[in-house]
Design a protein. Sequence first.
Length: 156
Amino acid sequence: MGHTPFRGQVVVAGRTGECFAVRNSGVVAVVKGVGDHGCEYMTGDVVLVIGPTGRNFAAGMTGGIAYVYDENGAFPSRCNTEMVTLTMLDPVDEDNVRALLVRHVELTGSPHAASLLERWEVSRGAFWRIQPQGMETVRLPKALLRVRERTLGACR
């Protein structure tokens, strides 16, 4: 799955191994955690990781957005920041993450994702937005826009 270019949505009810979301473009994915080299060379995906990451996250990332829940504050040391910037969520990002969490709970019944939603006022401060340097505007994949349209009414 990591090296196979495809489009659409990927929802994983657990952790993935190494090299998740590598060289994909247009995928919207939610996973509980990833191994080493997650989102390496990513070109146009939106990936939400609601748990730990391995080392070298986002190395060579040239497009897309990744969101990572960082409960313990360890993520910046796991991310390869040579080509990406790490920022906290803005209001649009918050809507993206909440919509993806709602959909993840619908499809997997994830108690962890449900807990993040229930504690949103606190948990939102522990998410990072990762995107390529110099990309102030990122075009969101159609799959994410559909998730947002479907779930944002339920989030408010």
